[in-house]
Design a protein. Structure first.
Length: 243
C-alpha cells in the first residue's frame, strides 16, 4: 500500500541524533553516524522527527510501505535501550560530578592524587548533543574547540565547572548544520551566556564565526557571547565579550 513515511537524505544528515529522541515510536536510529529508518512498520508518517532536525535531512514522502504496526511499536519501544538501538554513547547523562579528589591511583606505573573532572553531562560532541537536554537548561554553554583541553589543563576547572559544553572543530568536523543546531540550542534552553573556548590558531576562528552567527539566528537579544583564546603554550591569552 502507498502511505506517508519518513525519508532521510544522508548527504544532509550530520548524525546529531535529535530525530531519534524526537521519534516516540523508536523508528529511527543512528547507524554508522547517520540516521536510519529501523523499520517501515514503526514509522507513523506524521513527521514529528522533522521538527527536531537541524539540517533539513528528513522529509515525509509517499511510497509503498507496510502499515504502521502499533503492537510491534509498543514491543519495540519497551525493549530498546538506548532508543532505537542507537549507540550507548549517545544516551543522555546529567549528574553532579563524582567526588574523587581524595582518591589515589596506583599500579601500571601511575601513582598520585586523582584530579576530579568537572564534567557532568554526556554526550559532549556537537554532532551528538540533542537540541534540548536537561544539562542545557538555564546554564551557561561552553562551545569548546577540540584541541583546547589538551593544550591547557586549566580548561576543565576554569570553563567546564557548572556549565554545559558542546565540543567542535571548525577545521576537521563536518560542520554542515552546526550553525542551525547551535541556534536551536540557544533559542530553546534559556542559556544566559555562551563562551567560545578556542585556540589562537587562525583556523579555530571559524568556531567563533559559527557561534556568532548561531547567536544571531537564535533571535536572542539578551544572550551574552564571550570568546576565550588559549595560546599554543596553554596560557589563557584573553577573554572578551563579543558584540
Amino acid at each position: 500500500m502507498k502511505r506517508k513515511i519518513i525519508e532521510i537524505d544522508e548527504e544532509k544528515c550530520n548524525g546529531c541524533g535529535a530525530c531519534v529522541t524526537g521519534c516516540a515510536e523508536g523508528a529511527l536510529a543512528i547507524v554508522n553516524g547517520k540516521a536510519k529508518l529501523v523499520s517501515d512498520v514503526f514509522c507513523d508518517g506524521l513527521g514529528a522527527c522533522i521538527g527536531e532536525c537541524p539540517t533539513g535531512a528528513l522529509k515525509i514522502i509517499e511510497r509503498d510501505a507496510p502499515e504502521l504496526d502499533e503492537d510491534a511499536v509498543q514491543e519495540h519501544v519497551q525493549k530498546k535501550t538506548p532508543p532505537a538501538g542507537g549507540c550507548p554513547g549517545m544516551k543522555l547523562r546529567f549528574a553532579e560530578p563524582s567526588k574523587v579528589a581524595k582518591s589515589k591511583v596506583k599500579g601500571q606505573g601511575v601513582s598520585g592524587q586523582v584530579i576530579p573532572s568537572e564534567l557532568n553531562q554526556w554526550p559532549t560532541q556537537l554532532h551528538l548533543v540533542p537540541v534540548e537536554a536537561p544539562f542545557f537548561k538555564n546554564r551557561e554553554l561552553v562551545v569548546l574547540s577540540t584541541c583546547s583541553p589538551s593544550a591547557s589543563p586549566d580548561v576543565n576547572w576554569r570553563f567546564i565547572r557548572g556549565r554545559a559544553i558542546a565540543i567542535a572543530c571548525p577545521k576537521l568536523d563536518r560542520t554542515e548544520g552546526y550553525v542551525e543546531k547551535l541556534a536551536a540550542i540557544l533559542a530553546s534552553n534559556g542559556i544566559p551566556k555562551v563562551i567560545i573556548v578556542r585556540m589562537e590558531v587562525p583556523c579555530c576562528g571559524g568556531l567563533t564565526m559559527m557561534v556568532r552567527e548561531a547567536a544571531r539566528r537564535s533571535g536572542r537579544n539578551d544572550l551574552i557571547v564571550e570568546e576565550a583564546v588559549i595560546g599554543l603554550d596553554g596560557e589563557l591569552r584573553e577573554i572578551k565579550r563579543l558584540d
